[in-house]
Design a protein around this ligand. Sequence first.
Ligand code: ADP
Length: 161
Amino acid sequence: MNRTAIYPGSFDPVTYGHIDLIKRAATLFDRIIVGVASNTRKQTLFNADERLVMLKETTKGIKGISIELFDGLVIKYAYKHKSHVLIRGLRVISDFDYEVQMALTNRRLDQKIETILLVPSEGYTFLSSSLIKEAASLGADISSFVPKIVEKKLKKKLSQA
Ligand code: ADP
C-alpha cells in the first residue's frame, strides 16, 4: 500500500525548521505532499507562488515529496490525494494548544483523519517564519535559520517594502 501524508502550511517563508520536518516525514511515508496554503488567513509577506518556488528550490534533494499550492479545507485536499494523514510540527509549548485544537477540529470534520505532530531538531525548536521576518527586517544575520536563496529573497522583499 502506498502511504501518502499531507504537510500543509503557509511557509512564509520556508525555514530550516520546515525542511527538517519534511525530511523526517519523508522517512515515515512513501510520499509527502507539501501543501502551500494559497488563501491563508494570515497576512503573508510572500505571495503563494513565491512561497511555492522557495519550497521547491530548497527541497530538491529530498526523495518522495511533491510541493503544490492548495486552497480550502485541508481534509478535502487530503482526500483528493487519497490520504488521511496530516503532518504538522510541534516546537514549543505554545504550539500545543493550537495544533491539538486543529487536529481535533479536523477529526470532528472527518473521523478518519489522523494528525501526526513531529518535533524538529533541537536547534529549530524556537524557529518560526514570523521570527525570521522580524529578525531580517532588523538586519540580523539569519543565515543559520533559512537557506541562502530564502535569505536573498527576504532581503530583496524587505528592501522593496
Ligand atoms: P501555518 O500558518 O499553517 O501554521 P506555518 O508555515 O507557520 O503554517 O507552519 C506549518 C507547520 O510547520 C505548523 O505545524 C508549524 O508548527 C510547523 N513548523 C513551523 N516552523 C517549524 C519549526 N521550526 N519546527 C517544526 N515545525 C515547524
